[in-house]
Design a protein around this ligand. Structure first.
Ligand SMILES: *[C@@H]1O[C@H](CO)[C@@H](O)[C@H](O)[C@H]1NC(C)=O
Ligand SMILES: *[C@@H]1O[C@H](CO)[C@@H](O)[C@H](O)[C@H]1NC(C)=O
Length: 202
C-alpha cells in the first residue's frame, strides 16, 4: 500500500513541475506579446506600404529668386560682422519662398515653391549651403515635396545638388538637381535659375 502511494506520488510531482514550467512559459510569452503590442520596430514587406515599382522622374522648372523690390521672395535674415567685407559674402543667411514656374518668365505658370534657407558658407568662392523643400502645387504632384540639401557654387555653369528625400508622391525620393543660372540681374541681384531634377521614387 505504502509502495503504491509513493509510485503514485512521483508522477503527480512530475505533473506539478511540468505545469509550473508550462505556465511560466505562457506568462513569459504574454509579457513578450505585451511589449510587442507597441510595434516599436518590425520588418515590413514593401508591398504592405503599396510600394510596387521604383520610377525615375525628370522635373524641369525655373526658380525665381527675387531679392529686390517691395515683395522679395528671398530675404537676408542674418549676417556676420565681417560678411559685407568678405569677397564671398561669407556668413549671411537668407530665407526664401521662391516661385517655381514651367518657363523662365515671371508670369509663367507656377508649379510650386522652393522654401527654406540658403547661407553663404564658403570663404574661397560664392558657395551657398542650400537647405530647401520644393513644395509642388500642380496636378498629381500637388502637396508633394522634395527635400534638397547641397552646395551651390552659384558662379559655376552647372551646380549639382542632392535630393535627399521627399513626401507624398515623392516618398523614399533620392536623386539630384542640376541648376543653371538663366538670368542674373547685376543691379537688382534677382536671379532666374533653370532646374533639372532627376529623382527615383515610387
Ligand atoms: C492643391 O491642393 C490644395 C489643397 O488640397 C487645393 O486647395 C488646390 O486647389 C490644389 N491645386 C491644384 C492645382 O490642384
Ligand atoms: C535689372 O534690375 C534693375 C533694377 O531693379 C531694373 O531697372 C532693370 O530693368 C533690370 N534689368 C533687366 C534686364 O531685367
Amino acid at each position: 500500500m505504502a509502495k503504491e502511494t509513493l509510485q503514485n506520488l512521483i508522477p503527480t510531482g512530475f505533473l506539478i513541475i511540468s505545469l509550473t514550467l508550462i505556465l511560466s512559459f505562457f506568462s513569459l510569452a504574454t509579457a513578450y506579446n505585451n511589449t510587442n503590442e507597441y510595434h516599436f520596430s518590425k520588418i515590413l514587406s514593401p508591398k504592405k506600404l503599396g510600394l510596387k515599382r521604383e520610377k525615375l522622374s525628370h522635373l524641369h522648372f525655373y526658380f525665381h529668386d527675387i531679392v529686390s523690390g517691395k515683395n522679395p521672395t528671398a530675404v537676408r535674415v542674418a549676417a556676420a560682422k565681417t560678411t559685407d567685407s568678405s569677397p564671398t559674402g561669407f556668413g549671411f543667411v537668407a530665407i526664401l519662398d521662391d516661385p517655381l514656374t514651367v518657363g523662365p518668365e515671371p508670369t509663367s505658370k507656377q508649379v510650386g515653391r522652393a522654401q527654406g534657407i540658403y547661407a553663404s558658407a564658403s570663404q574661397t568662392d560664392v558657395g551657398l549651403l542650400m537647405v530647401q523643400n520644393y513644395v509642388f502645387t500642380e496636378g498629381k504632384y500637388n502637396g508633394s515635396t522634395l527635400s534638397v540639401l547641397g552646395r551651390n557654387a552659384v558662379l559655376s555653369a552647372v551646380r549639382e545638388l542632392p535630393i535627399v528625400g521627399g513626401s507624398g508622391l515623392f516618398r523614399f525620393a533620392r536623386g539630384y538637381a542640376q541648376a543653371r543660372t538663366h538670368t542674373f540681374n547685376l543691379t537688382s541681384g534677382d536671379a532666374v535659375v533653370e532646374y533639372n531634377v532627376y529623382v527615383f521614387h515610387y
